[in-house]
Design a protein around this ligand. Structure first.
Ligand code: COA
Length: 172
């Protein structure tokens, strides 16, 4: 039997950035199947629903047949078991990312001894890109074209144009 090596790239992706895209594109070369897992019930208040976030991930990665986009709720280790994964991949931008990732890796390993984490250093030019910066720039109508994949710019801007018009109506 041929072993299919599945890796999981989990995140909130609110929204997906070029940093996430770079990690996903590099991770797909390390496995046979990459499951990009969009967290449904984040403790964070998200700007986009889980369905919208997953759609944007799907659109940005649609040229890669080995990528499967799923939405997930609950523990990552349960998804890991269900998918028969061999590792979770996460991007590292900074020392603070490392601390968070090391804690998460250790906790998940306690929950599931077979759990492995693969940390990919992010591209230096994308080290300061984050979903919250994208949201902030978009909320002021700024140019997000260097931060997110071209194919999802319209969706992100659309969300904030609506919000700005609503805010303006309330302020007037
Ligand atoms: N490029 C750009 N930004 C990146 C990035 C990269 N390579 N990697 C992380 N980020 C940024 C995001 O832009 C986002 O920024 P923001 O805080 O400004 O919005 C932030 O880091 C969050 O990253 P994201 O990649 O969307 O994922 P996350 O950290 O929210 O994901 C889960 C966390 C889903 C992996 C984790 O919460 C989880 O596994 N939850 C399930 C419950 C569970 O099992 N818990 C036990 C774990 S111990």
């Amino acid at each position: 039997m041929i072993e299919v090596r599945t890796m999981i790239y989990p995140g909130t992706f609110d929204p997906l950035t070029n940093g996430h895209l770079d990690i996903a594109r590099r991770a797909v070369r390390l496995c046979d199947r990459l499951v990009v897992a969009v967290l449904i019930n984040s403790a964070k208040q998200t700007a986009f629903s889980a369905a919208e976030r997953a759609d944007m991930v799907q659109i940005a990665l649609q040229d890669l047949p080995a990528v499967h986009v799923v939405r997930f709720d609950g523990l990552l280790v349960d998804l890991y078991r269900r998918e028969g994964a061999c590792a979770v991949v996460r991007g590292l931008r900074s020392e603070s990312d490392f601390r968070f990732e090391a804690e998460m890796a250790a906790a998940n390993k306690l929950l599931l001894p077979a759990y492995e984490t693969c940390l990919l250093p992010c591209r230096i030019d994308l080290a300061f890109t984050s979903s919250s910066i994208v949201r902030e720039v978009a909320s002021f109508g700024g140019d997000i074209s260097g931060m997110v994949p071209a194919a999802i710019i319209g969706r992100i801007q659309g969300r904030f144009v609506g919000r700005r018009s609503q805010q303006k109506l309330e302020d007037d």
